[in-house]
Structures are given as structure tokens and as C-alpha cells.
Design a protein around this ligand. Structure first.
Ligand code: AMP
Ligand code: MG
Length: 409
């Protein structure tokens, strides 16, 4: 049994994790797969957009100078979207046009169908104009949105629906991004049973951590899969870890990383060539957190207690994953909060207190969600934020402390 050599402080642990979070390679991903990621290079317009002068409405392409109340024009052709007319609009003529249709030669304005009568159907080719319209009326000019050669999206911008639209409008089907890190999640513990597989026997529990961690990793934008839950036998743990490490940017395990006799993860990963960056943080819940690296892969050994695992993920793994995708907003938003009563941290290490938040005249009021045990999953389903207290802090009622916001409140 090995004891923690040296516990480090929470800010130091956070710094070491972020320092050791290498960016994933830039790849060109199909638009939908790039959604939610950051553009890795400037995107330049290939051509003017819209690519041609076109009509903003359904109506008639005309010469503005011909228009006026009760003027009759002869309709000489049609220009629906996608099928330009090859004819020219001459004096006294019009071409029936639809939204997006190419403005024909000779025309300098479009009069909307509502301002005409005698909508030219089969047989009829004469319409009556209701009013005069100026040049450019209802004409969308080519290049009015984007000019060829212009940077339309800058490197670092988040790719959302609107950015996707702009890229697609310029013919891009793929975008360069730092790809999502591949996360492989592995639970350890002989007591663990796959949810839904069977009833629990005495002493068993369902494996919730690997589901939580995959969900958290996906929410952070990573690609995450679960491996199975490995029993607490050295060979099983080692084989599972070897599999996890074989094709992952980040391996996240839960359990088996403390100093108990059955805590085999650390021994196994060291044998597999993972080098320790740190093991043990002055942080509650999550003291046995392990962080290491092997080549470009990173390894997080989270404690088994569900709250410890999820809180450690929030505060250490999530920022790392986001930084790997080059996100600058890799930290959750922090706010200043106060408690209504004095709050003492007696643990001698940073305490992540799960709280609900309420807006008051004095600012954000934090209220502990109740018992803070590291096995109490409901403490997280009730929490809006994690207040960071400590170490050895005595917080007075009304005094401001920092909290990491988990959700809208
Ligand atoms: P460990 O860190 O392995 O000593 O586990 C600490 C506590 O967390 C024990 O009560 C475990 O049963 C529990 N635990 C470990 N892994 C999981 C898991 N995947 N899902 C839910 N609880 C777990
Ligand atoms: Mg265990």
C-alpha cells in the first residue's frame, strides 16, 4: 500500500492539468460534425455572395423608368429561381420573376406581384402596373452580403448554426477544427453491476460513474465512450486500462485510485507507462485524484465516490478537454456568492460545497444543498453551483466567496 507522497493545492492541480492539455490535431470535419467546435483557421469567401443580382420578391423584372400607375407591360419570359431568363427586358416589357431569380439583362427593378394586376397566366401576357417603382427596387445585388476574398469567419470563432450557414453558402462542406478529444471511460470495482442487466446482490451497486463521466465529457464537447466496469483484480484492471489507453486522447477511470489495498489503478497505469504528474490534491471531495500522461494521451484517475468523481471531472477534466479543443472559455463561469450564515471549512483543504443560488438585493445567495457526503448523488442534482471554500477558511455571513456555476438558476 502506497500513501500519498505529497498532496498539492487545488490551484496548483488545476494549473498542472491545463498546462498538460495538448491541443488535438486540426482536421477538416463535415459541417455537422464541426458544430460546437472552434474554427481553427480563418475562412475566406471564394466568391461574391449572393453570386448574382436577384429578386427579393415574386413579381416582374422591369425597367424602373417604364413604371407608373396603370401602365401596361408585356411579359416576355419567366425567370424562376435556378432558371435564369436569357431574354432582355426591353422598353414596355417585363419578365415574370420569383424570389431568388436572376435579374434579367435590361431590368433594373422588380415590382412585386401585389402591386400589379393581371398576373400573367397561360394565354395572357400583359400586366398592369399599379405604381411607379425606383431603380434597385427589390433587387438584391450580387456581393451585397460577402465579397470574394473577404475573411468571413475568423479562426477561434465557435461554429454554430449561423456560422454553418455562412460556410455552406460559400460551398464549404468541411471546416478545419481541433477535433474532439477521444475519451475512454472505465469504472473499476468488483461491486459494480451494469444498470439494467440484473438485480443487485448484497454488497453490489450499479455503475453510475461511467455514465456520469461519459455524459459530462460529451456535454463538454468531447467524444466519449464507456469501456466495461473492471473488477478489482490486478490483471483485469491492467488489461482494461491497456485497452482504454490504446486509442484515447484521454482516459478517465473511476475508483481504485486511493490508498486502499484494492486500489490497483495506479500500479497498473504506471506499469503501462503512464507518468504521474500528480497524485493527491488538497481538495474535498477528491483527495485521491491522479493525473498523468503517456505520449499525447492524458490519464485522469478519479475517485470512486460518485460526487468526488463528478466534481473532479467538473473542475479538472472538463477544462482540460475544452482546452484540448482550443476553447478559451474552458472554465465554467465563476460568480461571487455569499452565505446567510457563517460557514467554516474544518477540513484543512479546499472544499467544493454544492449550493443552490438565489438572486437577492445583496447579490447571489448560496445555500448548501444539505448533506455534502461524497456518495450523495442528489447533492449534485440539486446544486446550481459549487462554492469553493478554503482551505481552513472561516467565511462570515454575507462575506463573498467564489462559486463555479453548473447550470442556469
Ligand atoms: P473507491 O474509490 O474505488 O474506493 O470507491 C469509493 C466509493 O465509490 C465506494 O463506495 C464505491 O462503491 C463507490 N464507487 C466506485 N465506483 C463507482 C461507480 N462506477 N459507480 C458508483 N459508485 C462507485
Ligand atoms: Mg473501488
Amino acid at each position: 500500500m502506497q500513501l500519498f507522497e505529497k498532496l498539492i493545492e487545488y490551484p496548483e492541480a488545476e494549473r498542472l492539468v491545463l498546462e498538460n492539455a495538448p491541443k488535438t490535431p486540426v482536421v477538416k470535419l463535415p459541417l455537422f460534425e464541426a458544430l460546437g467546435l472552434l474554427l481553427a483557421e480563418d475562412l475566406v469567401a471564394n466568391f461574391d455572395s449572393p453570386p448574382f443580382d436577384n429578386s427579393a420578391v415574386d413579381g416582374y423584372a422591369v425597367r424602373a423608368g417604364d413604371t407608373g400607375e396603370n401602365v401596361e407591360l408585356e411579359v416576355v419570359d419567366e425567370a424562376p429561381a435556378g432558371r435564369p431568363s436569357t431574354k432582355t427586358v426591353g422598353s414596355g416589357e417585363a419578365i415574370k420573376i420569383f424570389t431568388g431569380g436572376v435579374i434579367p439583362d435590361g431590368a433594373d427593378a422588380v415590382i412585386m406581384v401585389e402591386d400589379t394586376s393581371g398576373w400573367s397566366g397561360e394565354g395572357s401576357s400583359v400586366i398592369t402596373i399599379g405604381k411607379a417603382v425606383p431603380e434597385e427596387n427589390n433587387v438584391r445585388r450580387g456581393g451585397e452580403d460577402v465579397r470574394a476574398g473577404q475573411t468571413i469567419l475568423e479562426a477561434g470563432v465557435g461554429i454554430g448554426p449561423y456560422e454553418t450557414a455562412l460556410a455552406a453558402s460559400q460551398g464549404y462542406s468541411r471546416l478545419p477544427v481541433h477535433r474532439r478529444p477521444k475519451v475512454v471511460v472505465l469504472s473499476t470495482g468488483t461491486e459494480l453491476v451494469e444498470p439494467g442487466s440484473r438485480e443487485l446482490s448484497p454488497g453490489e451497486i450499479f455503475d453510475s460513474n461511467s455514465y456520469a463521466i461519459v455524459a459530462q465529457a460529451r456535454e463538454a464537447g468531447a467524444e466519449a465512450v464507456r469501456l466495461y466496469a473492471a473488477s478489482d483484480e490486478y490483471d483485469v484492471t491492467r488489461a482494461a486500462l491497456e485497452e482504454a489507453l490504446s486509442d484515447a486522447d484521454v482516459v478517465v477511470t473511476s475508483g481504485g485510485v486511493s490508498v486502499g489495498e484494492r486500489d490497483l489503478v495506479k500500479a497498473a497505469i504506471e506499469e503501462l507507462g503512464v507518468e504521474q504528474v500528480f497524485w493527491g490534491v488538497k481538495f474535498k471531495p477528491g483527495k485521491p485524484l491522479f493525473f498523468g500522461s503517456r505520449g499525447d494521451s492524458r490519464f485522469f484517475g478519479l475517485p470512486g465516490n460518485p460526487v468526488s468523481a463528478m466534481v473532479c471531472f467538473e473542475l479538472f477534466v472538463r477544462p482540460a478537454l475544452m482546452k484540448m479543443m482550443n476553447r478559451t472559455d474552458h472554465r465554467r463561469p465563476k460568480v461571487r456568492v455569499y452565505f446567510e450564515e457563517d460557514f467554516t471549512n474544518r477540513f484543512g483543504r479546499m472544499h467544493a460545497v454544492r449550493v443552490s443560488l438565489k438572486r437577492t438585493e445583496k447579490g447571489l445567495l448560496a445555500t448548501s444543498v444539505g448533506a455534502q457526503g461524497s456518495g450523495l448523488i442528489t447533492s449534485l442534482t440539486k446544486a446550481d453551483a459549487i462554492a469553493i471554500i478554503g482551505p481552513e477558511a472561516h467565511i462570515k455571513a454575507g462575506e463573498m466567496v467564489e462559486a463555479v456555476v453548473l447550470r442556469d438558476f
